[in-house]
Ligand binder design. Structure first.
Ligand code: NAD
Length: 444
């Protein structure tokens, strides 16, 4: 099929390249001309394993452009994959509205049927109540007659996005009508093995929020247990959670005696809180949506509250050893919100660094991929950004591990090699507590 993808961010570009890999002809559209120029050169605008190769391999089937109008005219399906940030404590649909209007205006000039698919994460009801009316108004045409409308939320994880897109666990196909569903099925014909959930538009939208809010809940649950364990003393949350994971409800026990641990266990683990461009904002957006509908989201409010407190818990661990942080040299290890990405949006590292600086600490930082992002976020030179792990910790009094980069497995040896045994605060409980003499961790 001929597909246009509006927005070439983490989701849009991976979607475009992934659909090209499956044989579709894809036009990737963005308003950001610099981004489009990079993609045209085959260089992804962000760090994502496997994406550069995917772009290179599918060059012939992938056209980057800033011309949305022409892209819609020359394709059969358009994905909306623009950002949906939180603004004023609720979802900001400005980009979705603008993309809908622009697509609608092009549809007005089209003689053939077109399918519009919302891939951006939008609160339940948005496709029907915001996107569809804008498409109709701008095109002068009727949804369900002249064009189809669908919702197809994305579940990829940054850092594993290419694999997630090409081998999805599920395909949520929310459709306005039978023709819209047929279009989606045709688009995803080459994706064997994924569970398909065929449903209406708002249920599809809700599946995305329910999925993300469940993961956020698991993380805040673990952090709350960790914080109570720390207050009690002599309770190690890592052991507690290993015990919880071993339950038959969280471990598959095949008859051959082996044990299979579902990935949910990774979210039932204490740390410095969840971040990223999705979990925090989706949680906030759904809470606000519930309030607006007269359905207060009591549990999810608490999930957000626990998460907001977690950066303070990390700083408090440093303060346990250095009651005043003035002049204390802190090496922050990991700035991206998770490993294998350069994305720092919503990263817990941002409030943690902010608090350390506010208390007078001298902060150095190292992240294997997010240095450029960090330069944008800490532009005033308040944080010394290092090229490698060794220089970040060389003079440090404390090393605070914030992202689970594989490279940090060798941190105990690297800290010993400094010759002055800095304190290690493991805010992810990534390393064994016995791996280093001066070890401190969340929930220990
Ligand atoms: P992003 O901010 O990285 O990218 C959005 C892109 O859209 C930007 O490049 C922007 O320039 C472009 N854009 C905005 N308005 C446009 C317009 N009118 N025409 C053309 N381009 C336009 O966002 P993202 O992280 O890719 O997220 C996109 C959506 O997918 C969001 O709703 C997000 O919640 C959802 N999502 C993200 C992830 C993730 O891991 N990043 C995973 C699943 C779902």
């Amino acid at each position: 099929m001929r597909v246009s993808v509006i927005g070439t961010g983490y989701v849009g570009l991976v979607t475009g390249a992934g659909l090209a890999e499956k044989g579709h002809h894809v036009t990737c559209v963005d308003t950001d001309a610099a981004k489009i120029a990079r993609i045209r050169r085959g260089v992804p605008p962000f760090h994502e394993p496997g994406l550069e190769e995917l772009l290179r391999r599918n060059r012939a089937r992938l056209e980057p452009t800033t011309d949305l109008h022409r892209a819609v005219l020359e394709t059969d399906v358009s994905f909306i994959a623009v950002g949906t940030p939180v603004g004023d404590g609720q979802i900001d649909l400005t980009a979705v509205r603008e993309a809908s209007r622009q697509i609608g205006s092009a549809l007005g000039e089209k003689a053939t049927y077109h399918l519009v698919v919302v891939k951006s994460t939008v609160v339940p009801g948005t496709t029907e109540q915001v996107v569809l009316p804008l498409l109709e108004a701008a095109s002068g045409k009727q949804a369900g007659v002249d064009f189809g409308v669908a919702t197809n939320p994305e579940f990829l994880t940054e850092g594993e996005a290419v694999r997630d897109f090409l081998r999805p666990d599920r395909l949520v196909l929310g459709a306005l009508d039978a023709s819209s569903l047929t279009g989606l099925e045709e688009l995803y014909a080459g994706f064997d093995g994924a569970e398909r959930i065929r449903t209406n538009l708002r249920t599809a939208e809700m599946i995305k929020y329910a999925s993300n809010c469940l993961l956020a809940t698991a993380i805040s649950f673990s952090n709350e247990i960790a914080n109570l364990g720390a207050a009690l003393g002599e309770v190690d949350v890592a052991e507690v959670m290993r015990g919880v994971h071993a339950s038959k409800y969280l471990t598959v026990m095949p008859s051959d005696g082996s044990r299979l641990r579902p990935e949910l266990a990774a979210f039932l683990w204490a740390g410095c809180g969840f971040g990223g461009s999705c979990l925090p904002k989706d949680l906030t957006a759904l809470i606000a949506h519930g309030e607006r509908l007269g359905q207060p989201m009591v549990l999810l409010r608490a999930v957000a509250q626990v998460n907001e407190q977690q950066p303070d818990k990390v700083v408090a661990l440093v303060r346990k050893y250095f009651p005043s942080l003035r002049g204390v040299r802190v090496a922050v290890l990991g700035l991206a919100f998770r490993p294998e990405t350069s994305d720092m949006r919503g990263s817990p590292a941002i409030p943690i660094v902010g608090r350390l600086l506010a208390e007078g600490a001298c902060v150095t930082a190292y992240d294997p991929a997010a240095r450029q992002e960090a330069r944008r976020i800490f532009p005033d030179g308040s944080v010394r950004l290092c090229e490698d792990l060794a220089s970040a910790i060389a003079d440090a009094d404390v090393a605070v591990l914030l992202t689970r980069w594989e490279e940090f497995r060798r941190l105990p040896d690297a800290l010993r090699a400094t010759g002055h045994a800095p304190l290690l605060v493991d805010a992810r409980r990534m390393l064994e507590k016995t791996a280093y003499e001066r070890y401190e961790g969340i929930g220990l």
